[in-house]
Design a protein around this ligand. Structure first.
Ligand SMILES: [Zn+2]
Ligand SMILES: [Zn+2]
Length: 780
């Protein structure tokens, strides 16, 4: 179980906002380039070229960005409008000076190289070599630095920045990216399709809800016919053109929907023997070379292809039976009806344009536009059914051939797009990759769908940054043993807060290693010292200092454990070893233990305890202390306040304290006796007094108030001094922590005379050095 703690504390500096800037494909189709900036991270999605433009004018507005600051460039698919600007950015800008990395899927990387090599060779659709944006060498250098990734792989780029590619349909290798920057999720769809065709899987709905979805809008509010209808329309049209003796021209790009068309036509020809004498050709060496990539990446395609291939390993769907590659375009004999697929797709030049100009005047021939035609290209112009058009050499050419458009460009239509957006369920929708008017209509349609929700729809123009701000809600995940009990609203949760890449986790320190992989170090301290007293004497002193002492045997050696922190091992007769795990409090306890042990030998009480048998009933001959160390008298005694003292006679601990005190006094004054209450007339309260007699002088000590009464001031002073020393010695450390300190009503200690100074008085340890305040109440 994990518990989430959500903090709503707003901190202005912390308010997360993301900036999205389109350097291309903002209210247009072509030269896709989207810059996402958040919390000091910069991610660029796609670097395309505009197919209608040449040279530098085909590039996105790359000068608007410092490319050395880019952390990652993610390329969705190999199409020119998404990937063809990449070698320029990688090799001809300051991108190389930074630490940025470039990612695309494996099939995209494989096809990208082929298409780019072709583009370099034919000169970026331009006849002017000066228009070339990069050389083959640039391309090779760039290509080697592209990191290929797999679908569903979680790729961590740097602290707080990661992404996962998901299937986008559209073309082989196409991916949409779920990008996570400092906890903010952004989905960049690239071009995507939701229809499962003959070889591609359809786009997946990512498992997490993004905060922002940057979504293509190519077809706007357009509705495409169902696939079966479209296929039938297509094959019928192709068959009609060749049956009337015409040549059927289909301008294609080397990769993408052409592979799909080839699959459809091969299947159709197989089923129609009457067409077997009519050749189906594709005039693209690039498409031919690329077919190997398609044969290789069958595992990334849909079940239709995968099952066909798994049934028969020799039946690779991309090894066609009827469709042939036209190897040498120049040697080809154009002598009758045929189906010809030729590049480029938008009739900008080369084979498709050459054939168009040759075949356009004959009304038996037919042109079928199957891909998406970008504004400003010949393909787009011809769809307007012009009477004539201008040839590559500037001549006017009659257009009598039929012109039809059956789009196999794998983009979503309105119904698919809006239902996908609904499933993805983002907070912000950013529409890109659509003509301004088309996008505008889509925006209106979506706005009416989301009228009752707080979903925002944006259509940024190129170079106009869109800034989105989010609630500064911070989530802290409580995990491990801390999360086993469900917290109650008023109950505070305490634990160790671990921050990693803008995500917060609260856990019990002992779970740190298991849940975070963070290591903890334990320093074990060990110190040995020689002591000349018995184990029992040591116990007596320890109990005096700490109250209770746990006694145990470890590895056949007697041990004491002090406050569950320090272990004292009776290593040998004369030697003790202290062991403790280092920490602020444990070190303090160890220090006090060491101080105590080092002073034991010279402590007066030790001398008394070990050299002289007690004179009040204990007959032990050993060096064992006559009295087990009780909790101190101080602890048992109530603070001298206005409270009445309670009966104390019955408390054995207090009685032992009194005996200890008596021992002290005996050692100093020789004659000490106890007075019972009955001896004092008129006293109703139960009192405990000790009488000290020295050379006919008599003094009484009230053990409740520690008031010394004596007619001889010198003796009184001396007794007070001894009492102070005794008090310090017998009051235990732990009880001192528990009990309140005494109030010193008369802070002036009786000045000690020369004669007062004896060995024991000098031995008196200053209790303040142990962090204890303990004073004896005196009365002048
Ligand atoms: Zn595309
Ligand atoms: Zn595109």
């Amino acid at each position: 179980m994990s518990v989430q703690v959500i903090s709503n504390e707003a901190n202005d500096a912390d308010l997360p906002s993301v900036s999205i800037t389109m350097l291309g494909a903002g209210q247009e189709v072509g030269r896709s380039c989207c810059v996402i900036k958040h919390r000091g991270k910069t991610v660029v999605c796609d670097v395309g070229l505009h197919p209608a433009n040449n040279g530098l004018s085909a590039l996105p507005f790359i000068d608007e960005l410092d490319w050395s600051e880019v952390d990652a460039i993610l390329v969705t698919h190999f199409h020119v409008d998404h990937a063809a600007g990449l070698p320029y950015v990688m090799e001809r800008t300051n991108f190389k000076e930074g630490k940025g990395k470039v990612y695309m899927t494996h099939p995209t990387k494989a096809i990208f190289r082929l298409t780019m090599q072709d583009a370099v060779r034919i000169g970026d659709n331009s006849n002017d070599p000066g228009d070339r944006l990069y050389t083959e060498e640039d391309l090779n250098n760039a290509w080697q630095n592209i990191i290929p990734v797999d679908y569903h792989q979680d790729i961590v780029i740097s602290g707080g920045l990661r992404f996962t590619p998901y299937h986008a349909g559209h073309v082989l290798g196409a991916a949409m990216f779920m990008i996570q920057i400092a906890g903010l999720n952004i989905l960049y769809t690239g071009d995507y399709s939701r229809e499962e065709d003959r070889h591609l899987v359809s786009a997946e709905v990512p498992p997490i809800r993004p905060d922002v979805m940057i979504c293509e809008s190519t077809f706007g509010v357009h509705t495409l016919p169902p696939r079966s209808e479209k296929e039938e329309q297509f094959t019928t049209l192709v068959a009609n053109i060749v049956k009337r003796g015409g040549r059927c021209l289909m301008p294609i790009s080397a990769f993408g929907n052409v592979q799909e068309l080839l699959l459809i036509l091969d299947e159709y020809w197989d089923a129609h023997p009457e067409l077997h004498n009519i050749p189906v050709l594709y005039a693209s060496g690039l498409a031919f070379r690329g077919m190997q990539v398609y044969r290789t990446y069958i595992h990334t395609m849909n079940d239709h292809i995968k099952t066909r291939f798994s049934r028969n390993r020799n039946d690779n769907p991309f090894a066609f039976k009827y469709v042939r590659n036209l190897k040498d375009f120049r040697k080809w004999q154009d002598d009758g009806p045929c189906v010809m697929m030729a590049t480029p797709q938008m009739l900008q030049g080369a084979h498709s344009r050459e054939l168009l100009e040759k075949w356009a005047p004959d009304r038996k021939n037919g042109l079928i536009v199957t891909g998406y035609s970008i504004e400003g290209t010949m393909a787009k112009n011809l769809l307007k059914q012009p009477e004539d058009f201008i040839g590559m050499n500037g001549q006017k050419i009659q257009r009598r051939m039929t012109v039809d458009e059956i789009s196999f460009s794998a983009h979503v239509d309105f119904a698919q797009n809006s239902s996908f957006i609904k499933q993805v369920n983002p907070q912000h929708i950013v529409l890109v990759h659509g003509e301004a008017s088309v996008m505008g209509r889509l925006r209106l349609a979506l706005q009416s769908q989301y009228a009752d929700s707080d979903v925002k729809i944006h259509t940024p123009r190129n170079c106009e940054p869109l800034t989105l701000t989010f609630n500064s809600e911070r989530v802290i995940k409580v995990i491990g043993s801390l999360a086993t009990k469900h917290p109650k609203p008023t109950q505070p949760l305490a634990g160790l807060l671990v921050q990693k890449d803008y995500s917060y986790t609260l856990l019990d320190p002992k779970d740190l290693k298991d849940f975070t992989g963070l290591g903890t170090t334990e320093i074990k301290q060990r110190q040995s010292l020689r002591v000349g007293v018995s184990w029992e004497v040591i116990r007596w002193h320890l109990e005096g200092m700490y109250g209770e002492v746990e006694e145990d045997v470890e590895d056949d050696k007697a041990v004491f454990r002090i406050m569950q922190a320090v272990t004292i091992i009776h290593t040998s007769d004369q030697e003790l070893t202290l062991e403790w795990v280092s920490s602020v409090s444990n070190d303090m306890i160890a220090d006090s233990t060491l101080a105590l042990l080092c002073g034991i030998d010279s402590n007066y009480a030790t001398i008394k305890l070990t050299s002289k048998a007690c004179d009040h009933g204990h007959e032990q001959e050993t060096h064992a202390p006559a009295h087990p160390h009780p909790h101190s008298l101080a602890a048992k005694r109530k603070a001298p306040s206005d409270e009445k003292p309670g009966p104390i006679k019955a408390d054995p601990a207090v009685l032992t304290d009194i005996q200890l005190l008596r021992t002290f006094l005996l050692a100093h004054f020789g004659n000490v006796s106890e007075l019972v209450t009955e001896e004092l007339e008129g006293k109703e309260e139960e009192l405990l007094l000790l009488r000290v007699e020295v050379d006919q002088h008599e003094a009484t000590i009230d053990l409740m108030t520690m008031v010394v009464t004596c007619k001889n001031p010198a003796l009184r002073k001396r007794i007070v001094s001894v009492l102070q020393m005794a008090q310090t010695t017998i009051s235990s450390l732990s009880s001192s922590f528990r009990s309140t300190t005494y109030t010193l009503e008369n802070p002036a200690k009786p000045a000690a005379t020369e004669s007062d100074k004896d060995a024991s008085a000098q031995d008196h340890k200053d209790p303040a050095s142990l962090g204890i305040e303990s004073t004896v109440k005196t009365e002048a």
